[in-house]
Each structure stands twice: as structure tokens, then as C-alpha cells.
Design a protein around this ligand. Structure first.
Ligand SMILES: [Zn+2]
Length: 428
């Protein structure tokens, strides 16, 4: 009897350690991540007045390093924790308002170990009404900009420790500013800060906002640090164009696993087949806008691939919305990491992107938009990034202006222009 009791006591001591508690707040949800030494059973319940979520883990213990709980953010006002006598660890989340929690255990992925994720939906933002598109009049083109990764998912990490999630947010913000300066165009961002969004949430947000184009901005890494250059990807209904595209898609799609949501749940299989079918129409448009963007990117960076690549990126699954994924540069390449951190280079990338996007829409304006009504009298693209082989006279012809007008507008003395230089096109 005594031996048995001792044995049980030893088994009970094989507790799982709660090593860290991290919080991420986004506009739609707040996410609480418990870093664990191993998977563990848990119970979760809510209490009202005041609103709380209680998480009991067993057998588990709060790690010694967890003396200080993180401060509140988003829906969570405070986090408290205690070890109970029966080998149970309790975490209490004090909430600003009641919320329905979801929880799931996630296996190790990348730099993270076992985790228990508790997600709290922000009720109000769920009820936000979609933007209604006017049937007549001159509506703005809506460009959804999707800065890749965010929150607990840093994306790729450069040799100097630069996080992909940070540089792509910086480029995206500059891109949004430039788009909002264009007449008849409006930018919306899928994320505006450092928080996690699943790939599906990104697409849903673009659809809810009535986007005419979805641009996902990334800066990727490759095993070989010599890999360099910009690339543009669109969704493929048949599979990846090549091995590298397949590898990259697997990497970007894994972001959802980092966040704990697997994309290949069986229920979604049929839905994704239907999605792929309805997508063929927008793949053509995606390819076209991708070509314009790639051409303009070629002015500010070497190109990794000379043509638009196709791969099965989950983030591009937005039926009826032309969608592109831009790998601005390789963060794993020493030189390109340095440039990605440079604010001027970020501006150049943003200018190149907006120039390609603008060119596509001025050639293919959706009916009912300001651009459709005004593209004849509108000035040409207000900014153009000089590509290889461009001359002042070719640009003047392309944008229906004159060389002296271009010179005057940009303070140019002669005909010399540099690849990557941004020129302003005078208004009509
Ligand atoms: Zn990425």
C-alpha cells in the first residue's frame, strides 16, 4: 500500500511546466498563448461579474520563470495564475467584457514548442457590417494590403535578426499611404499592428471590405543565403509551377500551423475544390496585375524570377478577387536584409508596387469606379519607377505627356534618369 502511494506521488510529479504566457491583441480577437513543456489536459470555463476565463491544467505547474505575468492587452485586462495543491495549475484571465473562448493545443512548430492557445473573439468587430458597393456613381477601387505574418509568427528571420513581420508591415504602411494619395483608390490593411491573423481571416477581411485586389506582402528566406531578388506569385489551380514555388507555398502556409489552425481539415476539402473552380476567372486577372507589379519591381530590385510564379498559397484563395503575393526580397540574404530595413528602400518598393497596381487598373478598370469614369481625363500614373531601358521620351509617350513637362515636374536638367528613380507624372 505504502509503495503504491509513493509510486502515485512520483507519477503525479511528472507535471507539465507552464513556461510562459504571451498575449496578442488584434482588432478581431485576443489570443493568449501558454508555452508548455509537453501537451497537457485542460478545462476551460467562464465566469461573469466580472467577466473571467478560467483555465485549469493538470498535471501542471507554473514554471519558476513565470513570477511576473504579462500585463493586459486587448480583451484581457489582467492574467493571474496559481499552483493548487492537487497538481493543478490555474490561470485566470480578467476580461474587459464577456467573450466566448476557444482553446486548442498546438504541436511544436518552428521556434515554438507545445502550446495551449486560447482565443477570445471581440464580439463587436464580428458584427461590423460589410462595405456596400454602390451600383452607380464613381466608387473608389479598394486595394486590400496584407502584411504577412505578425504577432507570435515572426515569418522569416534575417541573419541580423530582422523579422519579416516587421519589414513587411513597414512596406505595407508606405504602400497604403501611396494608394490613398491616388484619386479613386483606397487602401485597407488586413492587419495594422503586430498581431496574428489566420490566412483565412486575412482573405475574409478583404472580401468583407469589398476589395478589388488583394496584395500580400512578404520578404522570404531560403536555405541558400545567396538567393536574392523579388518575385510575384499568383494562385495556381493545378499546383505549383516548380519545386521552389512548392517549397515557398508550404512555408507560407505553415504560418497557420504556427498560429494553431491547420488548413487541411477535411471539412474544408470540398469547399476548397469549389473555391479553386470559381477562382479560374480571377487567376487571369491576378496574372496580369502580377506582371505589371513584377515589371515595376524590376526597377528597384533584381528579379528572382523573370515571370509571375504560380503556387498554392492559402492566403491567395479569395475567389473573384484578383490576388498576388509579393516576395519583396530575400531577408535571408545579407544585402537584401540590410536594404529591407532601409526606409528609403521601403519607399521604393511601395512606389514600385503602387505603380504596377495603378497601371493594371487604368487598363482594366472595374465598371462603376472613379478610375473607369476618369481614366481618359485623369493624369497618367502620378508616380512611375524607372525600369531598365526606360527613357524620358518613352515615358512621356507612355503617359501622354512631354519630355519638357517631365523635366519641369521633376527638376531634371538633362535626359539622365536612373533605374529605380521615382518620377512624378504631371497632371493632364
Ligand atoms: Zn512570408
Amino acid at each position: 500500500m505504502l509503495l503504491a502511494t509513493l509510486f502515485l506521488a512520483t507519477v503525479a510529479r511528472a507535471e507539465v511546466l507552464v513556461q510562459d504566457v504571451r498575449l496578442w491583441a488584434g482588432p478581431n480577437a485576443t489570443r493568449v498563448v501558454l508555452d508548455l513543456s509537453a501537451p497537457v489536459g485542460h478545462k476551460l470555463f467562464t465566469l461573469d461579474h466580472p467577466a473571467r476565463v478560467v483555465v485549469d491544467l493538470k498535471p501542471a505547474r507554473l514554471g519558476a520563470g513565470l513570477g511576473q505575468m504579462p500585463g493586459g492587452t486587448g480583451l484581457v485586462q489582467a492574467v493571474r495564475g496559481a499552483n493548487k495543491a492537487d497538481g493543478e495549475a490555474r490561470i485566470v484571465l480578467d476580461l474587459a467584457s464577456s467573450a466566448k473562448p476557444r482553446s486548442f493545443l498546438v504541436r511544436p512548430e518552428g521556434r515554438y514548442g507545445h502550446r495551449l492557445i486560447i482565443e477570445l473573439d471581440n464580439q463587436q468587430s464580428q458584427l461590423r457590417t460589410p462595405v456596400v458597393r454602390a451600383n452607380e456613381g464613381e466608387r473608389d477601387l479598394v486595394i486590400a494590403i496584407d502584411p504577412g505574418h505578425g504577432g507570435e509568427d515572426p515569418g522569416a528571420i534575417g541573419p541580423r535578426g530582422t523579422y519579416e513581420k516587421d519589414v513587411v508591415l513597414a512596406v505595407s504602411r508606405k504602400l497604403a499611404e501611396r494608394i490613398n494619395r491616388e484619386p479613386g483608390m483606397r487602401a485597407v490593411m488586413t492587419r495594422e499592428g503586430d498581431y496574428f491573423l489566420s490566412l483565412r481571416q486575412r482573405v475574409e477581411r478583404a472580401r468583407l471590405l469589398g476589395a478589388d485586389l488583394f496584395v500580400s506582402v512578404h520578404a522570404d528566406a531560403f536555405k541558400n543565403p545567396k538567393a536574392h531578388g523579388s518575385s510575384v506569385y499568383v494562385l495556381s489551380s493545378k499546383g505549383a509551377t516548380d519545386e521552389a514555388a512548392r517549397w515557398l507555398a508550404a512555408r507560407e502556409n505553415a504560418a497557420d500551423l504556427v498560429g494553431g489552425v491547420s488548413l487541411d481539415d477535411k471539412d474544408d476539402l470540398l469547399a476548397s475544390v469549389l473555391l479553386d473552380l470559381s477562382q479560374n476567372a480571377s487567376i487571369g486577372a491576378s496574372l496580369e496585375v502580377g506582371e505589371f507589379v513584377l515589371e515595376r519591381l524590376g526597377a528597384v530590385n533584381r528579379l528572382h524570377k523573370a515571370s509571375v510564379q504560380q503556387a498554392g498559397f492559402a492566403v491567395l484563395k479569395a475567389p473573384d478577387i484578383p490576388s498576388i503575393l509579393v516576395e519583396t526580397a530575400f531577408i535571408s540574404n545579407h544585402d537584401e536584409e540590410k536594404r529591407l530595413r532601409d526606409k528609403r528602400y521601403q519607399e521604393q518598393l511601395a512606389a514600385a508596387l503602387v505603380s504596377g497596381i495603378r497601371e493594371y487598373f487604368y487598363r482594366n478598370p472595374p465598371p462603376g469606379t472613379w478610375v473607369a469614369h476618369n481614366r481618359q481625363r485623369a493624369p497618367g500614373p502620378r508616380e512611375v519607377v524607372i525600369a531598365r531601358g526606360d527613357t524620358l521620351s518613352a515615358i512621356a509617350t507612355r503617359y501622354n505627356t512631354s519630355v519638357p513637362a517631365l523635366r519641369r515636374h521633376n527638376g531634371l536638367r538633362g535626359d539622365n534618369i536612373r533605374v529605380g528613380q521615382v518620377l512624378t507624372i504631371p497632371g493632364g
